[in-house]
Design a protein around this ligand. Structure first.
Ligand code: HEC
Ligand code: HEC
Length: 356
């Protein structure tokens, strides 16, 4: 009887050590190949004809090099971004829905604007937004300056009349001075205001994630599970078909089966094939920007992964790039670990003191 127990225990320890070294070997192998230049990484599983870029460090924002010469303009934009005078109630600023400490989101399913009005959509982070070709979940805006007009007028956001905002700012001695410093003239108009806001927004970028540290040469920055997650993300889990490049977004529009009746990109193009499509959101800092999706329908990142993994989409309803992946529990955990490894705390930020 005793002998049997000894043999059983021996077997268990052999099996455990084999599977343990098996895991380590797999991760060691991944660590070695992913420590090479990304040009030498294993080819990602991407369907024929799909345009893509390798994952990587974010390039420098276009204003970074001009930070000194644009200093006054950036400072002005920062104040305007935090100023509740842009709203008719005097209670709401851009930062109400894009808060620095929440990675520039509001942490709500759908954001709340003028007099408690609930928005149709979730407030995205404005970090790295200079990198997008089009803005808003449905891409209805062509650039940051154009975008900044929208919330000021929107009934469910700041509910203001532009000429009233101009009057309020013009009454401020401090703003007159700031506009003069930035533009060489004390004229205040909507175009100059939105130019300042857009320039400020281009300085808002993600912090350095552990994946960034890994890319920069710190081989130990990722755990075994995160490395397996990176590999899955690029291969079997097929995420790279849409979430690719340094921002983890292809800058395209897709129907990933989460439209919830919102026509999305169709509102912009009026093409039937664009119904239910949304801009592929960046996944940088994603573990810190929930609730997720255009309408905040998920508040658990793990649930999103299991939906992607198990979903069987009726033909024609979602993007053909989405397939039933059948990821097992460990694979789903690894993928989640990777999403956390690409999430960094927001950069230190000092809120501006607003002019009288
Ligand atoms: C009441 C909350 C609220 C306020 C106030 C607000 N926003 Fe937003 N913001 C949102 C929501 C919600 C969206 C997404 C709307 C959509 O896509 O249809 C958004 C989208 C954006 C985007 C697009 C990001 C992307 O990835 O496409 C930018 C940039 C932005 N806002 C900047 C601003 C600026 C600048 C202001 C102030 C002038 C502002 N927001 C005021 C809620 C708000
Ligand atoms: C066919 C293109 C496509 C593929 C493939 C894809 N996604 Fe997405 N993903 C999108 C789009 C589009 C959205 C936004 C959908 C919406 O808001 O309704 C999104 C949203 C997300 C979000 C929510 C982000 C946020 O800020 O709200 C996460 C997390 C996510 N995807 C992770 C993944 C992972 C992990 C994979 C691989 C298993 C994957 N995606 C595969 C296109 C894709």
């Amino acid at each position: 009887m005793r002998k049997r127990w000894v043999i059983l225990a021996l077997w268990i320890s052999i099996l455990a050590s084999v599977s343990f070294t098996g895991n380590n070997e797999e991760a060691d192998h991944l660590r070695n190949i992913y420590s090479l230049n990304p040009g030498k990484w294993p080819a990602p599983f991407i369907d024929a004809g799909v345009p893509w870029n390798e994952l990587g460090l974010l390039p420098e924002s276009p204003v970074e090099k001009q930070k000194d010469s644009l200093k006054q303009l950036i400072e002005l934009g920062k104040m305007l971004f935090f100023d509740t005078r842009l709203s008719s109630s005097g209670k709401i600023s851009c930062a109400t829905c894009h808060q620095p400490e929440l990675n520039w989101t509001d942490g709500k399913e759908k954001s709340i604007g003028h007099e408690g009005a609930v928005n149709k959509r979730n407030s995205p982070s404005i970090q790295n937004s200079w990198f997008y070709n089009r803005l808003f979940w449905d891409g209805r805006s062509k650039d940051l300056q154009d975008q900044a007009f929208a919330p000021i007028n929107s009934e469910s956001e700041m509910h203001s009349e532009m000429h009233e905002v101009m009057q309020k700012l013009s009454r401020s001695k401090g703003y007159k001075e700031m506009f003069t410093n930035a533009f060489g003239d004390d004229e205040i108009n909507p175009f100059l205001m939105t130019e300042a806001i857009a320039t400020f927004e281009k300085t808002i970028i993600s912090g350095t994630s552990r994946f960034d540290d890994f890319l920069a040469g710190d081989k130990k920055a990722l755990t075994n599970s995160e490395l397996r997650g990176l590999h899955l993300f690029r291969t079997k889990a097929r995420c790279m078909n849409c979430h690719n490049g340094p921002l983890f977004s292809d800058n395209q529009f897709h129907n990933s089966g989460f439209s919830g009746g919102d026509a999305g990109y169709y509102n912009v193009t009026h093409k039937d094939t664009d119904k239910g499509k949304f801009k592929t959101p960046s996944l940088r800092d994603v573990a810190r920007t929930g609730p997720w999706m255009h309408d905040g329908q998920f508040n658990d990142l793990g649930q999103i992964i299991s939906r992607y993994s198990l979903a069987k989409f009726p033909p024609g309803e979602a993007d053909a790039l989405l397939q039933n992946l059948g990821l097992n529990n460990r694979e789903q955990k690894d993928l989640l670990a990777f999403l956390k490894a690409i999430s960094a705390a927001p950069r230190d930020f000092t809120k501006p003191i607003l002019p009288q």
